[in-house]
Write a protein that binds this ligand. Structure first.
Ligand SMILES: Nc1ncnc2c1ncn2[C@@H]1O[C@H](COP(=O)(O)OP(=O)(O)OP(=O)(O)O)[C@@H](O)[C@H]1O
Length: 597
């Protein structure tokens, strides 16, 4: 059933493209006036193009063959001037059209890129857990640039071409219906050919884009994991994996190249065929004095002009299909409003006290396997609680639930007595700070990593630095707070990163502080600093610590011991030792790191 659903979503269909194009037009609506101006330009440019053969026909048939008196308006000079003016007007409006359409296209792409980024920021963790970063990166980069190309290069030309085709068609029918039908006799077989190729091109583009997503994911993952690859000499294996992906990509693009390279020559064959039929039929008509040579000349010019946009269209056909597929993929993401985080509705809470209660909470990530089973506990404001338990017992899951990252299936989580599901998530998260084991730093400066762009005054900032014992780290850098930080804080030590993240947590002055204590070995001096930072941070705050060090656990007001998603013991250090249960066993086995005690 699951398979069927996925498959149904991935099969490309025309309705999908039409809807996506409609969405694209909606995004373009602020650019309405520019688009309108561009359309006016298209009309003027193409009228000029269509008029030029009519002027030449007049010169050949009326002035030279018909021997019409070449005086006044009909003199060669005035007709030459008119021809020049028509050409110049066409060129001038062509210039305006290109500028206006490009400006409108770039504005639209800018808006679209912003919307994609905003949407990515609101994707819930349960979606991100199952989505590769490469897929999302491909949406924000490759797919957008394909639409940009289509918009600035293809779309206006498309409008241009369609207008030109209609104009030429009208001019041909108006001049001589019979000759027009002869000239266009090749259109039905040509349309049949294009229809056959169309679906192949679309299907293949879905494959191509899917593989680009896989390549981007692979690249992103390998670049971040390069240290491990190099240490374990896994370069060859990774290279093989990459070669396989690259080969897949190569094969699908080759199909595209073949289809693409077939379309232009095919349309040129049809063009030559049409000219040949026209000359064969037209010469007969001239010999029978049914038409004059100027008309045949105008028609051969029109046929060439008629097939040029068709040839261009067929060449652009693959780009159009590619961009349509990209548009569909982007709107597939943008329209997932049902899953996006709703940060702004719910009960507003400017300041929370920090009272947390789990009431018979059951939780599963996949709606099948229970990770938390009937978990209940209460933490009063300002209390510190340490979570202890073997790996996979559900400690991290509990803190993710308190931050509102996942929804529980059964039971209730209450914050200050309010059900977390009904709270304003933005307000809740404003009151929570976390320090994770694996500290995440962004490229920027130490200061920007502490403030994360939030308006934090200098006094709060310097207090945060002092309480987090981060001052010694900052003083050790020549640029102090403005010291550049590389992506993921790659140039800083684990201890330095930890201290910066404590400063970040304190600077945001949370009511609830969550700490996933690092298990990494840090030198004794930094260890002491971190211990001090923890002591300073937990003061007057509700604190939840996933604790690994006995020293931290001992200081906690309450210790919650978990096993397989169930609370098996609860109490302070001495009470749990007295119980002589699982916790006492962990302590006696020295499973908890006994550092800085
Ligand atoms: N995003 C996720 N999607 C699906 N399952 C998950 C996810 N995160 C954790 N799990 C599963 O939930 C269970 C509990 O994981 P959790 O991270 O809460 O354990 P933990 O007690 O914090 O472990 P550790 O001490 O190793 O960090 C594990 O079996 C894990 O495989």
């Amino acid at each position: 059933m699951k398979f069927m659903r996925n498959k149904a979503r991935s099969i490309p269909n025309t309705a999908g493209s039409v809807n996506s194009l409609r969405e694209l037009l909606k995004i373009s609506s602020p650019q309405k006036s520019k688009l309108l101006l561009a359309c006016v330009c298209v009309v003027i440019v193409n009228t000029a193009v269509i008029y030029k053969p009519i002027i030449l026909k007049f010169v050949i048939d009326d002035l030279f063959i018909g021997q019409k008196a070449q005086t006044g308006f009909y003199s060669l000079t005035s007709i030459g001037i008119i021809y020049l003016l028509v050409s110049l007007t066409g060129s001038l409006f062509g210039y305006i059209q290109v500028n206006v359409i490009n400006a409108a296209g770039q504005q639209m792409i800018k808006a679209l890129r912003e919307r994609v980024f905003q949407t990515i920021q609101l994707l819930p963790l349960h979606y991100l857990d199952k989505t590769s970063s490469g897929r999302l990166i491909t949406r924000a980069t490759n797919d957008i640039s394909e639409i940009s190309d289509m918009y600035t290069d293809v779309l206006m030309n498309l409008f241009n071409d369609i207008f030109l085709l209609t104009g030429i068609l009208y001019a041909m029918i108006h001049l001589n219906l019979e000759l027009a039908l002869v000239a266009l006799a090749v259109i039905p077989p040509m349309a049949a050919l294009v229809t056959v190729i169309k679906n192949k091109v679309r299907r293949n583009f879905f494959t191509v884009k899917h593989i680009i997503g896989k390549i981007n994911s692979f690249m992103a993952e390998n670049i971040s994991g390069m240290k491990i690859i190099q240490i374990f000499n896994a370069e060859k294996e990774k290279e093989q994996e990459f070669k396989k992906l690259n080969q897949e990509y190569f094969q699908s693009t080759m199909i595209q190249v073949r289809l693409n390279s077939f379309l232009r020559p095919a349309s040129e064959v049809f063009q030559s065929l049409s000219v040949a039929i026209l000359i064969w039929y037209g010469m007969g008509q001239i010999s029978n004095h049914h038409i004059q040579i100027g008309l045949l000349y105008a028609f051969t010019t029109y046929v060439k002009q008629f097939f040029n946009p068709i040839a261009d269209l067929s060449e652009r056909y693959t780009s159009i299909q590619s961009a349509l597929v990209s548009t569909e993929r982007i709107f597939d993401l943008l329209n997932r409003k049902d899953i996006l985080e709703d940060l702004d509705s719910g009960i507003p809470m400017d300041e929370i006290k920090g009272d947390i209660e789990f009431k018979n909470v059951w939780f599963s990530y996949d709606n099948e396997n229970w990770i938390l089973k009937d978990v209940s506990f209460k933490i009063s404001p300002g209390q510190s609680v340490a979570f202890v338990g073997e790996t996979g017992s559900g400690k991290t899951t509990i803190i993710s639930l308190i931050s509102g990252f996942y929804k529980i299936q059964k039971g209730e989580i209450l914050i200050d007595g309010f059900n977390l599901n009904h709270l304003n998530l933005r307000d809740l998260r404003k009151n929570i700070s976390v320090v994770l084991q694996d500290v995440f730093l962004f490229s920027g400066t130490i200061k920007s990593n502490i403030t994360l762009g939030n308006p934090i005054d200098e006094r709060t900032l310097s207090e945060a630095i002092q309480y987090s014992c981060c001052d010694s780290v900052i003083d050790s850098f020549p640029n102090g707070m403005e010291e550049p930080v590389m992506e993921r804080g790659a140039t800083l030590s684990a201890g330095q990163r930890q201290l910066i993240s404590f400063a970040r947590a304190i600077a945001h002055n949370p009511r609830i502080f969550i700490l996933d204590e690092a298990t990494a070995n840090i030198d004794t001096n930094t260890e002491k600093l971190i211990q001090k930072a923890i002591e300073n941070t937990v003061k007057n705050r509700t604190t939840l610590i996933i604790a690994h060090r006995l020293s931290t656990i001992k200081n906690a007001d309450n210790i919650i011991v978990l096993k397989n998603g169930t609370i098996i013991e609860m109490g302070n250090h001495s009470k749990l030792l007295q119980n002589n249960g699982y916790y006492a066993e962990l302590v006696s086995e020295n499973s908890l790191t006994n550092k800085v005690s």
